[in-house]
Design a protein around this ligand. Structure first.
Ligand code: GDP
Length: 485
């Protein structure tokens, strides 16, 4: 690709037509010319204009609407950007897109290209780009909030601050290397550099010890519905999916694949997986589906083990011995138990009191105490039991409220999370490893080794934000540092 950023790109930025209004964005050096070609008077930057959009060839009016213009560096993309807001009809959009495509120097944008340019033009760092992507995909309040703050730079700013300190430490060591034979460099430059490395290691270590809070909120609490055949798993999932809070999305793949239902429980994301497809089969296509279903279920944070209530408590138990998530027992088909339907179902009044280990109480303690340690949660909460009827719906809301409470404790979001992706974690773990080596002997005593580790740490941090210009920053600091010479 030869200098793709010199093209002017355009795209429909709003959703699928038809809609009341559409937004077409044009970014690049020809954005202004493109507006003029459509017969539009370019409005003052950041002011709204009204215009008729004309076909450049015939001069015929295609539609009319609002138009905006943002100048180069002051735009979100960092290049001249124009925005057309015609009506959101298919023919209008098709005609405008076709007209733009015929203009010299213009081409349709590739997926994510506006944001990519914003990154390349220094408008967003990588963590902000990821925050923006998450913000668009956010399904719940919690996810939205976390994504918004990440887009605003919670992690990016922290990484920059760490990086600055790191480069200061590096400058000290470099000074020591470069000027060691000259008399006027203070003898002990290594000790303060090592002190900075230790301090940073402490801070980054603390940030990493967050129980994966941010990643969990991003991904949501994953709950697998499992149990023997005909227990009513699919019926339960369908019952839950019919609620307003649910967004059903079949997991891409074969028909035997996992069905996901995304729930918004009090603003927290919960994904229910139907693993009803897990059954014996010889069909290779089905087997692949089953394999995937099992893999997804094994990663779940919680399993709802559904059994037919008539089969008695000890009947089919979840397979033991797996490095298992917490398991709740759901006795389904309570409507078939004699007398059960005339009395309020035990499950309908809340958590079932028959839990052998008093986990009902533990749940309250856990929620009030805001415990977040995952293992602690699991040991306390395993053993919750519910009796309900997936067919009639009785008792289902009690299960859902318990799930909501579990999600709240599991995703405890008292403080905004810094780290929201495995990518962030990996980069910071690399930084921490280099800093730990830098803070201990023999590296801490050897200026060449120390410089190398600090440099590695700075590079790993650079990978996090996408800024790899360690040298540039070092030059500046180094010059300042040596100013007295
Ligand atoms: P799965 O194999 O675990 O997914 O079970 P299904 O959801 O396919 O249900 C098996 C059978 O049990 C179906 O005929 C359902 O209509 C029935 N069923 C499921 N839940 C209930 C329930 O709560 N009460 C009654 N009476 N029947 C149920």
């Amino acid at each position: 690709m030869s200098e793709p950023s010199r093209d002017t790109i355009f795209a429909l930025s709003s959703g699928r037509p038809p809609a009341a209004i559409a937004v077409i964005r044009i970014a690049g050096p020809h954005a202004r010319a493109a507006l003029q070609a459509l017969g539009v008077k370019v409005p003052e930057p950041r002011r709204v204009g009204f215009a008729r959009f004309r076909d450049p060839a015939s001069g015929e009016v295609i539609d009319e609407g609002l138009v905006l213009f943002f100048e180069g560096a002051k735009s979100e993309v960092g290049e001249d950007t124009a925005e057309l807001q015609p009506h959101g009809g298919r023919a209008i959009i098709a005609a405008l897109m076709a007209a733009l495509g015929r203009l010299e120097g213009l081409r349709p944008a590739e997926a994510g290209e506006f944001t990519r340019r914003a990154f390349e033009n220094g408008k967003l760092d990588l963590t902000a780009v990821e925050g923006l992507a998450d913000l668009v995909m956010a399904e719940t309040e919690g996810q939205r909030r976390q994504a918004y703050w990440q887009m605003r730079g919670t992690l990016g700013k922290q990484a920059d601050a760490w990086r600055e300190k790191l480069i200061r430490a590096l400058a000290l060591v470099e000074a020591r290397i470069d000027f060691s034979d000259e008399g006027d460099v203070p003898e002990d430059l290594l000790a303060p550099a090592v002190a900075i490395a230790r301090e940073l290691a402490g801070e980054i270590g603390t940030a990493l010890a967050d129980g994966r809070r941010g990643e969990r909120l991003r991904e949501g609490l994953v709950v697998a519905i499992a149990g023997p055949p005909n227990a009513g798993k699919s019926t339960l999932l369908n019952r839950i999916a019919r609620r307003e809070a649910a967004i059903v999305s079949p997991y891409a793949g074969t028909t035997r694949d996992v069905i996901e239902v995304h729930l918004d429980l009090g603003g927290l994301p919960v994904t229910l997986l139907d693993t009803a497809g897990i059954r014996e089969t010889d069909d290779p296509v089905e087997m692949e589906g089953v394999r995937r279903a099992q893999a997804r279920a094994a990663e779940a944070d919680l399993v709802l083990w559904v059994v037919d209530a008539r089969d008695g408590a000890g009947a089919a138990r979840p397979p033991a011995g797996q490095s298992a998530p917490a398991v709740w027992l759901v006795r389904n088909k309570a409507d078939l138990i004699q007398g059960a339907t005339s009395d309020p179902l035990p499950g309908a009044s809340g958590l079932r009191s028959e839990s052998k280990d008093g986990s009902n109480k533990s749940l309250k303690v856990m929620i009030n105490g805001g415990l977040t340690a995952r293992n602690e949660l699991h040991s306390q909460i395993s053993g919750l039991e519910f009796t309900l009827s997936a067919a009639s719906g009785e008792g289902v809301s009690a299960l859902l409220s318990a799930l909501g409470r579990y999600a709240a404790a599991f995703l405890a979001d008292s403080e905004p999370a810094l780290i929201t992706r495995a990518r962030h974690r990996k980069a910071l773990e690399d930084v921490l490893a280099a800093l730990r080596r830098a803070s201990t002997r023999p590296v801490a005593d050897r200026e060449d080794l120390l410089a190398e580790e600090l440099r590695l740490a700075a590079q790993a941090l650079g990978r996090l934000t996408g800024r790899v210009d360690v040298e540039d920053v070092l030059d500046v600091i180094f010059r300042d540092f040596c100013i007295g010479k």
